[in-house]
Structure formats: structure tokens, C-alpha cells
Design a protein around this ligand. Structure first.
Ligand code: NAD
Ligand code: MG
Length: 385
């Protein structure tokens, strides 16, 4: 029997991270943890380390690192900081890195994994949105296989497998529409964080749940798809599908459309990213179509979801726009979580920052960080204290 695959999980304490560990524990002969990387959650990290006994645990928050000292299994080494995260993402022993930190904070460690030629399961879409060109170019140069974990992109990956890419006419991502799909726009002003985080179909971290409510998540995903599948703007679209059963579709020149269906549970795309074939059991419920709600589809109304208008400009424009969109959204999303910004002001803040962003191609990481920083400063200036 072949040796188990060794994994580093970036963002191990998050929603994707813990689902990855759930999948690993179902297949102990196939997968082992090399390193778990977390930020602040000491209690959960201690529990996870007990379950999978990794060689390393890295905490990127200093006080969490201090608090975890002496609390890990004997064979587990504890380290601190982003440099340590990069080191465990690129170590020789590692076969695969699950990139599941949230935000562009995940970029350095994920890129380190790519540059070490690792297989990378990519949940962190912000990486590709901010540095897609650099990221995909590095994957090619260093022979790293980047496999999508985002459910829509995992679906596209499956619908493309074994088919001629030149015959693809459209890639269609589905969007649930989030919790406010049917609410009058005027009634959205006083939405609370709890309401925005309560996603109807998926259980996810706070940032992406709010991104789903504003439809910014679909905007980020369209940009993600552009880089992952080398798609042109006119080949990319999104459609509302409230049941979240069909995750994406690929249309071919002959009019044939291949869709991927599954119950909405991230363990399915996670296990697919870890080992595509032969397929492994993921623990998700079986899809019983005769018992689910009818599957519905509808166009996305740009007046209700202006993020869709913004993404069109990004897909048609230069790379600097995507960095501005992402950075301003990270700031505005957090400000909403902190009670400093209204729900409806999230996307309008992003729009204002984009309007002042000079369109330019982006070739280096220094440029990425510079533009990211600039957009964050601008967004913060627009947020009332
Ligand atoms: P989450 O908030 O549940 O977890 C985020 C993880 O990142 C945690 O482990 C946290 O410790 C770590 N983290 C947070 N800030 C950090 C920082 N500054 N430095 C280092 N680590 C930090 O988020 P999630 O829902 O698991 O999402 C993770 C990523 O996967 C996001 O990019 C999200 O868009 C993407 N994604 C998530 C889902 C989902 O179903 N949850 C689906 C598709 C894509
Ligand atoms: Mg998704």
C-alpha cells in the first residue's frame, strides 16, 4: 500500500480547516497531518492537535502562541508567526497544503506551497483574486497542482475533466442568493451581523457568509474562475439557484451542458481536492432528488446585488481593480462585523474605492501589497469612526 499523504492545513481552526480534519479522520490510511496552522483559537487548536497529532502547530497570533505552550501532544512542536506558516507549507515532508486561511493574509503561505511545487487545495479565493497572475504563473513554473476547494470551482473542475477545453463556451457558477434574496432592498439597511451570517444552505466562516449575503462572494468567485480555468470574461457568468444543489455548469459548443450536483456540504469538494479518483467517502448526506425542493434558477438582479456590476468591470479591466475590490471588501466586511458600517454600505464602499483606483497590470508581489495597502487605507477613510 502506498504511504499516506501528508498535509499542512493553513487555517486549520476554521470552517474549511475543521471539515478537512473530519475527512482526514475518516481515512487515516490515506491522510496524515504534518502541520496545523491557526490564528487565535487556542482551545480548538489544542483539541485538533490531540485528534491528528501533527508534527507542527503554528499560531500566527503571538498571545495565542504563548497560551498554547505546554498544551500540545508530546511529539508536536509549537511555532509562531507567518514565517513559520510559510515553512510548514513548503517543508519537504509535505505532499499537500490545504489553503484555508481567510483573506489575502493567506497569500504568502499559500504561495510558498506553490513555489515548493506542492499539491495545493485552494479554499482561499482571495489569493487568486489579488495575485492570480503571479500565483498561476508560479504554479506552472514550479509544477504545483492547484485544485479548487470552493464548491463551484470543484464542480467546474469535475465538469471539465476529460473534455476538450477549446470546446467550452460558458462556465456558469450558481449562487444561492444568500439570506436576503427576496427582501426589498429598502429593508436591508438595518440588517444585523447575525442575520447576515445566517446562510440558508451552507455553514461557513463569518467573512464568507457576509460576502454571500452581499453577492461579493460570487464576484470573488468569478475572478477566481478566470484564473483557475484561464477563462475569458465573456465565458463567465453566474445564476441564482436557491437550493445550492447544482454547484456549477459547463456549456460546450454543441449545446451540451454538464452540471455537478451534491448536497451542500464542503466535505465533498474537500475530499475531491485531496484525492479525485478513485473517489473517497466524504460523510455528506446522499442527494435524494425526489425529496429535495424543486431546483430553481433565476437571473441575478444587478440593482439588488451591485457587486455583480463591479465584477464586470474587474473582469474586463486590469489586475489593479481586482486588488482594490478585494482589499476594500475585506475592510468593509470587517467594519460591518464590528458594527461600524451598515450592510448596504459594504458594496458602496468597495465601489468608491474602485472608482479612484488607477487601472494597471500587476506583475510583482510588491505591487500587489502596495495596491492592497492603498485600497485598505482608502476604504478605512470612508468608514465612520
Ligand atoms: P473561517 O473564518 O471559519 O476560518 C478562517 C481560518 O483562517 C481560521 O483558521 C483562522 O484562524 C485563520 N485566520 C484568520 N485570520 C488570520 C490571519 N490574519 N492570519 C492567519 N490566519 C488567519 O473561514 P472559512 O469559512 O473556513 O473560510 C476560509 C477560506 O475558504 C476563505 O477564503 C473562504 O472564502 C474560503 N471558502 C470557504 C468556504 C466555506 O464553506 N467555509 C467555501 C468556499 C471557500
Ligand atoms: Mg463557493
Amino acid at each position: 500500500m502506498s504511504k499516506p499523504m501528508k498535509l499542512t492545513i493553513l487555517g486549520a481552526t476554521g470552517s474549511i480547516g475543521t471539515s478537512t480534519i473530519d475527512v482526514m479522520l475518516r481515512h487515516p490510511e490515506q491522510f496524515q497531518a504534518f502541520a496545523l496552522v491557526g490564528h487565535k483559537n487556542v482551545t480548538l487548536m489544542q483539541k485538533l492537535a490531540e485528534q491528528v497529532k501533527p508534527a507542527f502547530v503554528v499560531m500566527t497570533d503571538e498571545s495565542a502562541y504563548q497560551a498554547l505552550k505546554g498544551k500540545l501532544p508530546k511529539a508536536t512542536k509549537l511555532e509562531f508567526g507567518m514565517d513559520a506558516a510559510e515553512a510548514v507549507a513548503s517543508a519537504d515532508e509535505v505532499d499537500m497544503v490545504m489553503a484555508a486561511m481567510v483573506g489575502s493574509a493567506g497569500l504568502p503561505a499559500t504561495l510558498a506551497a506553490v513555489r515548493a511545487g506542492k499539491r495545493v487545495g485552494l479554499a482561499n479565493k482571495e489569493c487568486l483574486v489579488t495575485a492570480g497572475r503571479i500565483f498561476m504563473q508560479a504554479a506552472k513554473q514550479y509544477g504545483a497542482e492547484v485544485v479548487p476547494v470552493d464548491s463551484e470551482h470543484a464542480a467546474v473542475h469535475q465538469a471539465l475533466a476529460g473534455h476538450d477545453r477549446a470546446s467550452v463556451t460558458r462556465i456558469i457558477l450558481t449562487a444561492s442568493g444568500g439570506p436576503f434574496r427576496n427582501r426589498a432592498p429598502e429593508s436591508l439597511k438595518n440588517i444585523t451581523v447575525e442575520e447576515a451570517v445566517a446562510h440558508p444552505n451552507w455553514s461557513m466562516g463569518a467573512k464568507i457568509s457576509i460576502d454571500s449575503a452581499t453577492m461579493m462572494n460570487k464576484a470573488l468567485e468569478l475572478i477566481e474562475a478566470k484564473w483557475l480555468f484561464d477563462a475569458k470574461a465573456e465565458q463567465l457568468s453566474a445564476i441564482i439557484h436557491p437550493q445550492s444543489i447544482v454547484h456549477a455548469m459547463v456549456e460546450y459548443r454543441d449545446g451540451s451542458v454538464l452540471a455537478q450536483l451534491a448536497m451542500p456540504d464542503m466535505r465533498s469538494p474537500i475530499v475531491y481536492a485531496m484525492q479525485a479518483e478513485p473517489r473517497l467517502e466524504s460523510g455528506i448526506p446522499w442527494l435524494e432528488l425526489a425529496q429535495t425542493q424543486p431546483l430553481e434558477f433565476q437571473a441575478i438582479d444587478e440593482a439588488r446585488f451591485p457587486a455583480m456590476r463591479l465584477v464586470k468591470a474587474v473582469l474586463a479591466g486590469e489586475d489593479s481593480l481586482a486588488i482594490a475590490l478585494n482589499a476594500a471588501n475585506e475592510v468593509a466586511n470587517q467594519a460591518f462585523q464590528d458594527g461600524k458600517l451598515g450592510f448596504m454600505d459594504i458594496v458602496s464602499t468597495v465601489e468608491k474605492v474602485m472608482a479612484t483606483t488607477k487601472e494597471q497590470p500587476v506583475e510583482t508581489l510588491e505591487q500587489v501589497w502596495q495596491l492592497d495597502k492603498q485600497a485598505r487605507i482608502q476604504a478605512k477613510e470612508m468608514i465612520p469612526l
